[in-house]
Design a protein around this ligand. Sequence first.
Ligand SMILES: NC(=O)c1ccc[n+]([C@@H]2O[C@H](COP(=O)([O-])OP(=O)(O)OC[C@H]3O[C@@H](n4cnc5c(N)ncnc54)[C@H](O)[C@@H]3O)[C@@H](O)[C@H]2O)c1
Length: 695
Amino acid sequence: MSDYVTVTRDGAIAIVTIDNPPVNALSFHLREPLFKALSDARDDASVEGIVLACAGRTFVSGADITEFGSEKALASPNLPELCALLETMPKPAVAAVHGTALGGGLELALSCHYRVADKQAKVGLPEVKLGILPGSGGTVRLPRLTGPEAALKMIVSGTPVGAAQGLSMGIVDAVAEGDLTTEAIAFARSKVAEGGPHIAVRDRDEKLEAARADLSGFDAAAKDLTKKTRGLEAPLACVEAVRNAVTLPFDEALKKERELFVKLVAGDQSRAQRHLFFAEREASKVSGISKEVQPRTVAKVGVIGAGTMGGGIAMSFVNGGIPVTILEMTDEALDRGFATIEKNYAISVSRGSLKEDEKAKRMARFSRTTNYADLADCDLIIEAVFEEMGVKKEVFGKLEAVAKAGAILATNTSYLDVNEIANSTTRPQDVVGLHFFSPANVMKLLEIVRGDQTAPDVLLTALNVGRKIGKVPVVVGVCHGFVGNRMLGARGDDLEPLLLEGAAPEQVDRVFTDFGFPMGPFAMWDLAGLDIGWRNRKSLGKTAVIGDAVCEMGRFGQKTGKGIYLYEEGSRTPKPDPEIAALIETKAKELGIERRAISDEEIIERTLYPMVNEGARILEEKIAARASDIDIVWTNGYGFPIGKGGPMFWAELEGLKKIVEKLDHWHGKTGKAVYEPAPLLRALADSGGSFSGRN
Ligand SMILES: NC(=O)c1ccc[n+]([C@@H]2O[C@H](COP(=O)([O-])OP(=O)(O)OC[C@H]3O[C@@H](n4cnc5c(N)ncnc54)[C@H](O)[C@@H]3O)[C@@H](O)[C@H]2O)c1
């Protein structure tokens, strides 16, 4: 008996209960008494069966990830030893699973002879999301219960399944309709009565036989599942481990799994992904929101503008179960907006990710209007109208005339001054920026822009409602472009000179995709539409050598079939175009720029280094509270590879000293402000400090 493990008896059944709040993680201080309790139960002749249960809100929901990489994680008794102890029990061991059995928790349950699950329970192996693989037999035992293909899918996706699905897959032996422990005890008793043999999962090979005879189906599934891994090592290691489970004897496969685990857990990718795991939690800690602050209720939302963003934002709330009224200037605009929303849901239905009746339910949560008075009962109203200060102020003026007291008034502006918008109203404390990313119903990132006067309960409400609709919210301060777009600007500042000096667009884009971005900046320009930036530049009296010339040729990107690249009819694949290569050469000649070969390293130095530099400025100015917040913005909103942990984490891997040296070099050569090292960056580089160490 200990604080963390208690043993009770129900006749000949011993109930071993883990109690390590909040989530019964497998910390060292729990493993020791657990090992002892299980050994005692094994050795006690009066015990005929064992139920392994958990107190609190969940079964063991994983390893203690704060122990990762430390000696404690491996200290005996470690998880593999606990699993082996359970698996070799001479009496039936039954896991009673409620809440979530994740990672090490499921591995523990898989080492029992049987699993009884509460009907609300979920089981899964999400290790891949932390850049590792299940390292305590998950990849070797799960395929024996489900067959290798189903196991592979669960392990590579990291997505848990519910009790009913677990039952049909063979992971769970029974689903408890009533009290879980009572039913698990009854289950154990019935197994004792049957008299065995109680076959350990390790000895159940029947579902592996088919794959052993022909691995081609498995290999095809593996190829398909790992298609989008973009340089991530963990999903490939998962495939290798499950394949080993099929082709090698159990103990050998287990040993190989451990080797893969140890290698991954020590690697930079896993460190990066664990950093992001903690960063996301950290991002919810916001200064100025004391414990006493209570969120406001958000039961109904208004969205102004049914364009690209308005439609997607409205869908996000409706998908999260919150009804939305959309306001537009005209019925035609509403018709257009709703046609797009309907089409998006229809695509989901045709892909099988949404049921027809669920689509109907969601559509029924929308209302439409051209009359501001219809927004009077909304708790939160978000404008997504044209990006012009005059229009925004006009909308906010109309809004505050009808919005009820305490309603939150939000702007989705990308660049405009949220304080100026707030101060144009009589209730600046209720105004906040809610910067969604396109497509808003898909992209996870939500920048919550805190104005000088934004009330703490408004911020808290924004954070809560953001999470409720499945977003990853990050609070940022007011500046041009906030965190994400401001750094994007710095990243793109020297792109045109790179082209003029000798790089080809496809080279730059390849460097980015090799780095792990889903696409490079020029493919991105073509996707977003080159004319947007062109119009914007014209209104500001600015020019861009290549960007303007390309637009003057009527090449606006994917939508016109031509931009920086060429797009064949119906294709979104960018093809290098000799016309653009010639244009770049001509422009370089006109400007007297001598072209040379540009190395891949130079492309990184002139795009990603200035971006890190801008990140450091953002920290200096307290636009972001932590470097890890910046990493969350970039990995969730801009496709920065998760295996590199976000720009600020990556910068430390790259070496701050090296980055500052190169910035100095390019600053000297070009005189451009984006290269001038931020004082913070220089100070950290000089002192050998780190961004994380600052916090
Ligand atoms: N497109 C993006 O990728 C993106 C991303 C983040 C933020 N934003 C921001 O979101 C806002 C909207 O951008 P968008 O791309 O959806 O533009 P859009 O042109 O697709 O849609 C704007 C909509 O607002 C409507 N509208 C304009 N003035 C109005 C008014 N006074 N009252 C009611 N409706 C009005 C228009 O009819 C149009 O349907 C902008 O502030 C933009 O900067 C855009």
